[in-house]
Write a protein that binds this ligand. Sequence first.
Ligand code: GLA
Length: 339
Amino acid sequence: MRARARAPGRVNVIGDHTDYTGGLVLPMAIGLATTVTVERGGDVVRLVSDQEPDPAVVPLRSPGPSPGQPAWARYVAAVVAEVAPPAGATGSVTTTLPPRSGLSSSAALEVAVALALGCDAPPREVAERCRRAEQRASGVPCGIMDQLTALVGVAGALLLIDCRSLDVVPVPLPDGVVIVGVHSGEQRALAGSAYAERRAQCEAAEAEIGPLRDATPADVTTLADPVLRARARHVVGENARVRAFAAAIAARDFAAAGALMAESHASLRDGFAVSTPGVDALVARLTAAPGVWGARMTGGGFGGVVVALCDAGAGAAVAEAFGGWAFTPSAGASVAVDG
Ligand code: GLA
């Protein structure tokens, strides 16, 4: 039986470092994607990649990623362990997603492999398994945003995701604007350990004031530790900004939406401390460019892609001038099976 699965990358327009405390995010699936084509059968998953010199070879009953495996094969092994498919598969992986850029190439790989191997659980369940696979493979205690976005993307819309209930509300992107992504050129080197530290700080704040999703700015001021207070203030403010941004987009108030992106970036830089000087400089240059309503870092931080809300008439020129992409909000993952 032959299967071909395709899963997109994502860009998060606003709402970062909120998903793992059950908060709000507003990402979209993009046109760049990973495709896995396999012939199912046997008791080994064997994939070659157009990006990698070494294949991924994973026995069906393997317990998960193992030392000495090529880095990308760890993701395949982790998905095999989480999905536990009844049969192996032999095939290939192709992708248009640049790795380590902050466009969730690893989530796209996990979702495409899971679907190619026949995982037909409901999308939220597939997303949970792929999130666990990401955690196993990378050691980073990530949230659900990237995997869920790859699965439930909607053409033409941003996704307002409640990471507590996993409810997804499409927010159509109006004709008047486009979302542009520009790579900062910085690889996300420190991302893993710093991410885990930030997550632990959020949990420490929650141990004192309860779920950050329910906390008010006044609750945050009761935290004695200044670092925990700064982290919690970011999360509480960011959840409010996601709601306000979705409303501004629906009302076509792009100036308000752009201002919220600027506030989000400042909060991630100063309160959550996950930006870099290079990313800050790129955000400033983009913000000053004609036709840009607002710009911010996106994703986990420490480099990678910066996202901008641009006037539709200016989007292509901004993407060209900065060597970036004008992204189209795209549909989520799909799989075709024949034979
Ligand atoms: C990474 C993680 C996501 C999310 C973002 C920050 O992309 O994989 O779960 O936490 O960082 O918003």
